[in-house]
Design a protein around this ligand. Structure first.
Ligand SMILES: NC(=O)C1=CN([C@@H]2O[C@H](COP(=O)(O)OP(=O)(O)OC[C@H]3O[C@@H](n4cnc5c(N)ncnc54)[C@H](OP(=O)(O)O)[C@@H]3O)[C@@H](O)[C@H]2O)[C@@H](O)CC1
Ligand SMILES: [K+]
Length: 476
């Protein structure tokens, strides 16, 4: 699991360490880590550091200072360093060290001219003190550097927000980012992550508190998966009731059933319309029909428009079970749901829930998924290319393992809702069921590259679950 922090927490952790070791020591550690990675990349690209040509984009604050001290180290190893300062203000000690080591100042036009002759650009414009977006001058440098020179961003690409995860502004497009002391959320999740390139973490001894993002990996999923023990019967593994599908949309019901069955539910009950029973039996003879004991429910996939849907949802919720509410049922939410209720909207459904625009959700998923959890009182899984889980009253948002681009297709959400319902029935709390369910679907899609249908991927969930069990056994 990786944790990412807001700027305030990172600054507080820096202050604690600086009070003991001094600010210069911290910056030297950061610069050293940066220089090591820049040198490694130069060696990879051209065999050696000596004789390489590096432009440093120097911002006015400590981010610029990191870049200057790293460049000083590269200059001492024989690199030819050029410095372009964004404003007159620079980190004085860093500037002196770099120029004393032989670095040459150049203006913007010369920087652009030099670009095809360079081996690397160290982008030390702005770090956690930066505002979102970049000036036209910086945008010109992004344009001329893209694809022709190795761009290494310092701490995070300039222009990128630390916490909003937005890609709606202009920022540097880096091949690599060297980040210090704490993960920044935009380096781990959301559309912005794509622009940071290969990220290296340099430990400078910070111990920040209050993460705002918890990013899961396959081992975390394996550790949370409810593997049955030898004595577990179907009730211990969990009975899940699925109220899904309609005469108009039978497919959504079948896809949800596929998710629940293949995720290993002890028993699946179909609570959808009677007219679908033959179709369901033809595909899933192990599914039981009609009312009976359940440990978790799923409502919504394939309901379509209809009358009395609010009453239908209310009567299901009255059973007091852990429940996944998906798709059409999301339009009929009562007030004050509990955190054992899991809502699984995509960006468009979340936008409707919050009476905002889809673009607003896509540009700032963290704020919106948290708001949805707080306003509804339920746990919320925001589906999409990156999948977020928020619990009411909690700032920290969980992020599921990411899938390939192929995952975005009609029907994936129905399958995912079925998987989550099976995990709720097995006893996982709603937030864990959501992050584990979204992750297992993504891992399955990654293991089977190409455009597989949601039902094909659902049928391959057992392979992934077996691999997770194996991973757990192999990990000391
Ligand atoms: N603290 C530590 O011990 C350590 C910190 N470390 C490093 O320090 C970095 C944080 O440094 P920092 O606080 O000096 O902020 P930084 O990101 O350099 O920028 C602030 C300056 O930029 C300006 N500015 C911002 N956006 C702008 C824009 N769009 N266009 C124009 N100007 C803009 C802003 O102006 P202002 O907002 O004040 O008007 C201010 O002058 C951190 O990311 C890491 O790299 C490491 O060395 C480890 C130890
Ligand atoms: K930067």
């Amino acid at each position: 699991m990786k944790y990412a922090y807001a700027t305030d927490s990172i600054r507080a952790a820096e202050a604690e360490v600086m009070a003991v070791v001094g600010d210069d020591a911290l910056m030297q550690q950061a610069a050293n880590g940066l220089a090591v990675e820049c040198a490694r990349r130069l060696r990879r690209h051209r065999g050696k550091v000596t004789g390489s040509r590096v432009l440093v984009i120097v911002g006015p604050g400590n981010n610029g200072g990191d870049g200057l001290f790293a460049a000083t180290r590269l200059a001492r190893k024989g690199a030819k360093i050029f410095l372009w300062r964004i404003t007159d203000q620079v980190h004085q000690a860093g500037w002196q060290a770099a120029t004393r080591a032989g670095a040459t100042e150049v203006d913007l036009d010369r920087s652009i001219e030099l670009m095809p002759t360079l081996d690397q650009v160290i982008e030390a414009g702005f770090g956690i003190g930066g505002r979102e977006g970049i000036s036209d001058d910086l945008a010109r440098l992004v344009y001329v550097s893209r694809g022709i020179v190795d761009v290494v961003a310092v701490d995070l690409p300039s222009g990128l927000g630390v916490e909003t995860l937005s890609s709606d502004v202009r920022f540097f497009d880096a091949d690599a980012t060297v980040t210090f002391g704490a993960w920044k959320p935009s380096l781990l999740a959301g559309p912005a992550r794509e622009y940071a390139g290969e990220v290296t973490f340099v430990d400078i001894g910070l111990e920040p508190d209050n993460p705002i993002l918890e990013v899961w990996d396959a081992l975390d999923v394996a550790m949370a998966w409810p593997f049955p023990t030898a004595t577990d019967d179907k009730y211990a593994r969990g009975v899940v009731g699925l109220d899904a599908g309609s005469a108009e949309y039978p497919g959504a019901g079948l896809l949800a059933l596929g998710g629940a069955v293949h995720a290993g539910a002890g028993m699946v009950r179909f609570l959808g319309p009677v007219e679908l029973r033959d179709t369901v039996i033809a595909q899933f003879p192990n599914v039981v029909h009609g009312r009976g004991r359940c440990q978790a429910l799923l409502c919504g996939p394939g309901w379509g428009p209809g009358d009395h849907l609010a009453d239908r949802l209310a009567s299901r919720l009255a059973e007091g079970l852990r429940t996944v509410i998906d798709a059409d049922a999301l339009a009929y939410l009562p007030r004050d749901l509990g955190d054992n209720i899991l809502l699984t909207p995509h960006a468009g459904e979340l936008a409707r829930l919050l009476k905002t625009e889809r673009a607003a959700v896509e540009n700032d998923p963290l704020t919106h998924v948290r708001r949805a959890a707080d306003e509804t009182g339920a746990t919320v899984l925001l589906k999409g290319a990156t999948q977020y889980v928020a619990t009411p009253g909690e700032t920290c948002v969980r992020v599921a393992v990411g899938g390939p681009a192929w995952t975005g297709q009609a029907g994936s959400g129905d399958t995912l809702a079925g998987i989550c319902a099976a995990l709720l029935a097995a006893g996982l709390d709603a937030a864990t069921a959501a992050v584990v369910g979204a992750s297992v679907q993504a891992i399955t899609a990654r293991s089977h590259p190409g455009p597989h249908t949601p039902q094909e991927l659902a049928a391959r969930l057992p392979d992934t679950i077996a691999e997770l069990e194996w991973l757990l056994e192999e990990t000391p």
